[in-house]
Design a protein around this ligand. Structure first.
Ligand code: CP3
Length: 338
């Protein structure tokens, strides 16, 4: 088994795999009927995240159905605030709800692994069940994006509450980011020790930060996390997804790959790929559309990027409206590309 090459890891090391590797953000989720069935049995979304048997099954569902090259751990970026002691629930149709940080301070000295142990168990179970060429992907949210949910108490399209703290209480904000950084390094290392072979750091709201703050609160923390992980696990690749980073994608140096959102131009992606692996960036709505439009969009990415260091993915996560057949057709097209 250890002799089977893993195309996703090869692409991350800058080697040329026999086929272009593909995985999709949110590849486990509500667009799959088998996910909806298991989700209904689990009760709440958090219960599903903390039940290793069920979370492992949900992680494996898209792999069985479509044969992606990577299996991403089924969990959520908000498990870290939960483990740090912040109340969290997921409400139907509303998304995450947390008790905003201003209302109660986080307790000190809590052992996050006491809460997160089931996640490591999920990683171990998935790893043991994976096809030999499939790579186990761990992940965490980046400090800035996780902080936006912790401060506002909910998701949303503007990060006003987080910016008010960033500029209004710079000391408190710096302490929060530092705590998240340290917890995230530990969390990712434990995922690796349980079997994760690569980790991705999701900074969904990176694009909301002005240039100076982008470097302070998005890029620098992600790079410190990457170095912290590599200090303990030097061979494990790290992928950064600073969504909406634009020109600043080029500033990430201490990671092995960057995941590109849909706004990144082909010519810029080709520049980036000279010095690191790039991943992305098909519009998730093209996966809903399917047919010739999806085929043409995917072909353009393959022709433009697959000659270099490249992993096929979307520019952001799969949406629930996606017909599963379209995902199957996309995986086939990517694997057939020469
Ligand atoms: O397949 C995968 O990609 C792995 C699992 C995964 C989930 N969330 C499962 C999930 C991953 C990697 C995430 C990351 C995540 N979670 C991010 C960063 C990536 C991104 O999409 O930008 C963010 C911002 C979150 C926070 C979060 N979790 C929100 C805002 C929501 C509600 C919105 C929604 O889609 O319902 C969630 C819930 C969530 N996380 C679901 C899933 C499958 C849906 C929950 C359900 O089944 O009801």
């Amino acid at each position: 088994v250890s002799g089977t090459p893993k195309p996703l890891l090869q692409a991350l090391r800058g080697e040329r795999p026999a086929q272009v590797p593909i995985w999709l953000m949110r590849q486990a989720g509500r667009y799959l009927p088998e996910y909806r069935a298991l989700r209904a049995k689990a009760g709440s979304f958090l219960d599903l995240c903390y039940r290793p048997d069920m979370a492992a099954e949900v992680t494996l569902q898209p792999i069985r159905r479509f044969g992606m090259d990577g299996a991403i751990l089924f969990a959520d970026i908000l498990l870290i605030p939960h483990a740090l002691g912040q109340d969290l629930s997921f409400r139907e149709g509303e998304g995450p709800v947390l008790r905003p940080l201003g209302e109660v301070a986080l307790p000190e000295g809590r052992d996050i692994h006491a809460t997160l142990a089931p996640v490591y168990e999920t990683v171990a179970r998935v790893k043991a069940a994976l096809p030999p060429a499939c790579t186990m992907i761990g992940f965490a949210g980046a400090p800035w994006t996780v902080a936006t949910y912790m401060i506002a108490g909910r998701g949303g399209d503007d990060q006003v509450a987080a910016k008010r703290m960033m500029w209004g209480d710079p000391k408190g904000f710096a302490v929060l980011i530092a705590r998240l950084e340290a917890a995230t390094i530990d969390y990712l290392c434990r995922q690796i020790e349980a079997g994760a072979e690569v980790v991705q750091i999701f900074d969904t709201w990176a694009g909301a930060l002005p240039e100076t703050e982008f470097h302070l609160w998005c890029r620098a923390p992600i790079e410190r996390i990457a170095r912290g992980v590599k200090a303990r696990h030097p061979t494990v690749p790290v992928i950064a997804f600073p969504r909406g980073a634009g020109f600043h994608y080029a500033a990430f140096e201490d990671v092995d790959a960057v995941s590109l959102d849909g706004g990144v131009a082909m010519a810029f992606a080709q520049q980036l790929q000279k010095t690191r692996t790039v991943q992305g960036n098909l519009d998730p709505q093209l996966l809903v559309q399917g047919g010739e439009a999806m085929r043409a969009g995917a072909a353009r990415l393959l022709d433009g990027l697959a000659g270099g260091r490249y992993i096929f993915n979307l520019g952001h996560g799969i949406v629930p409206q996606t017909p599963p057949e379209h995902v199957g057709a996309l995986v086939e097209q990517v694997h057939a590309w020469r």
